[in-house]
Design a protein around this ligand. Structure first.
Ligand SMILES: NC(=O)c1ccc[n+]([C@@H]2O[C@H](COP(=O)([O-])OP(=O)(O)OC[C@H]3O[C@@H](n4cnc5c(N)ncnc54)[C@H](O)[C@@H]3O)[C@@H](O)[C@H]2O)c1
Length: 334
């Protein structure tokens, strides 16, 4: 089993520590905050902890470094880790600049090291189920997708709600619909801190007219984690706040009858059955961590590779530009 170092043991890093420990791969934890180290030492007695990133770089027993520090630090830490010949996992967003993300991809290729980005939902069994439905053409042509990722908190100051939340939804949309995006447009509102948008509405327009719309907010009365996919044959919802019954496949649609004179008369609404498929309820984070371990073991490219990370960062950059131009559509080339 590869030896993992988790760097950054804050709110999210604690989960990575927990899961790698369950998988018996947690070798060392690192944080610059002594209080975090003290807390972790009290919980994990057989694991080493350090406040020194260099100690991890110089430790030949470390095979992979998991970076869960604030996003402005991702690039430098990942670069140093790969220069020390370690496989790297970076939490989302991969970087705050697509040029830096591309640099990391080139370095990983040059060093032949696995570089993985923490696009967690790509490891969610429900997302795999939706992909399967699309591939089997059970939904027909996909007209549009919308996602809702809202909550009250966690309010960040280093990045806005777009950069904090959208990587999850964008990575799923790219997986389901592909990369042939024409434009993005986004509008946001900064109510709590100057120039840090708390709420963002992002619209992604595909070249074939398929559309995706993302609602992102940490200033909302309700926690929602939901996707709705509307196809020409069927419609699907994926509600991650449900413990069971996360996916509902609705046999609903509008059939266009050929040969009618009046357009209104030619449309027939269909309200069919709602099917709730059984899906695996394994924690997606566990599946994600297992995948990183497998990529290190077999030295293979992760499903959420550095290249996927670059695409997501490029879309975020264009969306940010659009937001600064009051929602003007901005061309995307991935
Ligand atoms: N995949 C997900 O669902 C998910 C959810 C939440 C956060 N995240 C991501 O995880 C990352 C961390 O977020 P968080 O909420 O845990 O942040 P946080 O601020 O709670 O924790 C960050 C930790 O990193 C430490 N740190 C900062 N710089 C360091 C350095 N150079 N060396 C060692 N330690 C350092 C800090 O002391 C802190 O303990 C971010 O990239 C965030 O976007 C992912």
């Amino acid at each position: 089993m590869p030896n993992i170092a988790v760097v950054g043991m804050g709110n999210w890093g604690m989960n990575l520590v927990r899961v790698y420990n369950q998988l018996e791969s947690l070798y060392i934890g690192c944080d610059m905050d002594p209080n975090k180290i003290h807390f972790m030492r009290n919980h994990y007695h057989n694991v080493k902890f350090t406040d020194s990133f260099s100690e991890i770089l110089n430790d030949r027993k470390v095979d992979g470094i998991v970076i869960s520090t604030p996003s402005p630090t991702h690039y430098e830490l990942a670069r140093k880790a790969m220069l020390a010949d370690k496989a790297v996992y970076i939490e989302k967003p991969m970087t705050l600049d697509s040029g830096e993300a591309e640099d990391l991809v080139a370095l990983a290729e040059n060093k032949r090291l696995p570089l993985m980005v923490g696009h967690l939902l790509r490891y969610h069994p429900a997302v795999h189920k939706i992909k399967e439905l699309i591939e089997k053409n059970e939904l027909g042509d996909i007209y549009y997708i919308y996602s809702q990722r809202t909550n009250l908190g966690t309010i960040r100051k280093d990045e806005n709600a777009l950069w904090s939340f959208a990587p999850h939804d964008i990575s799923v949309i790219l997986y389901l619909l592909g990369s042939e995006i024409d434009t993005v447009s986004a509008r946001g509102g900064a109510y709590l801190q100057k120039d840090v948008e708390d709420v963002v509405f992002l619209n992604i327009q595909y070249k074939d007219k398929t559309m995706a719309n993302l609602q992102l907010s940490w200033l909302d009365p309700y926690k929602e984690r939901k996707f709705t996919i509307v196809g020409s044959k069927k419609m699907v919802t994926f509600d991650d706040m449900q413990h069971t019954e996360k996916i509902r496949i609705c046999d609903k649609g509008v059939h266009k009858e050929p040969g009618y004179v009046s357009y209104g008369d030619s449309l027939t609404l269909r309200f069919g059955d709602i099917n709730i498929p059984k899906i695996d309820i394994t924690e997606p984070l566990k599946l994600e961590c297992q995948h990183f371990l497998e990529c290190i073991d077999k030295n293979k490219e992760p499903d959420t590779s550095g290249r996927d990370g670059v695409k997501v960062v490029k879309i975020l950059e264009k969306a940010q530009t659009s937001m600064q131009q009051n929602g003007h559509p901005v061309k995307v080339s991935l």
